[in-house]
Design a protein around this ligand. Structure first.
Ligand code: AMP
Length: 220
């Protein structure tokens, strides 16, 4: 089963993707994570992407298309994948179609997670993660049980993403509406879009996602 999760920053794509990965044994391909790894490695791509990401803008299509094209060639994608953060523009969606045809792969479902913009600003600007195990926390919605100590691994170090400041989040939301939202109608014409209400609880959203995917279970 090959899926795309769409939705503005903070919609819960990462959280839902992890649950879908577990339930269906797919691989999660997050272009944001791939780019952050390139930035950490200080590679050429990382150097070019860092300032763009910090401003909340989108990196050039060609850069991201090449990253995705080679990632999809890896063996683990053969059993199914979930795209989280790609495609984000119509040209990326067209490039993805070309890649999939060439690799003899197809998309089964596209799940746009729909949410309210201002709620997203509040959600994202409070989030942070454990620097050791990556467990996610939030200033308002999910604090560690003991202040300053990770519930999962006991570490004391936490990190916040550079682009999770309220002002940058607004720029990222703007980029989503202008450049990514049009992709939904691109896929709707093929009848593979299932709308998801992202304003429900995390479990409520997962329930909808699982219901939408039921008909695709068992697909290659
Ligand atoms: P994310 O973790 O998906 O929110 O991505 C973080 C940042 O990485 C975005 O704000 C963009 O600057 C960049 N990025 C991630 N995926 C893409 C993409 N498909 N196209 C362009 N830029 C991207």
């Amino acid at each position: 089963m090959n899926l795309i999760l769409l939705g503005p920053p903070g919609a819960g794509k990462g959280t839902q993707a992890k649950r879908i990965v577990e339930a269906f044994k797919l691989v999660q391909l997050s272009t944001g994570d791939m780019l952050r790894a390139e930035v950490a490695k200080r590679s050429e791509i990382g150097r070019q992407a860092a300032a763009i990401m910090k401003a909340g803008l989108l990196v050039p299509d060609e850069m991201i298309d090449n990253l995705m094209d080679s990632r999809l060639d890896q063996e683990d994608c053969r059993n199914g994948f979930i795209l989280d953060g790609f495609p984000r523009t119509l040209p990326q969606a067209a490039a993805l179609d070309g890649m999939l045809t060439k690799k003899n792969m197809a998309l089964d479902a596209v799940l746009p997670i729909q949410v309210d913009d201002e709620a997203m600003v509040q959600r994202i600007s409070g989030r942070y993660t454990c620097a050791k195990c990556g467990e996610g926390y939030h200033d308002t919605f999910k604090r560690p049980k003991v202040a300053g100590v990770c519930d999962v691994c006991g570490a004391h170090e936490f990190t916040r993403r550079d682009d999770d400041k309220a002002e940058t989040v607004r720029a990222r939301l703007k980029a989503y509406h202008a450049q990514t939202e049009p992709i939904i109608s691109y896929y709707r014409k093929r009848g593979i879009v299932h709308n998801i209400d992202g304003m429900l609880s995390i479990d409520g959203v997962t329930e909808q996602v699982m219901a939408a995917l039921k008909e695709h279970v068992g697909a290659a």
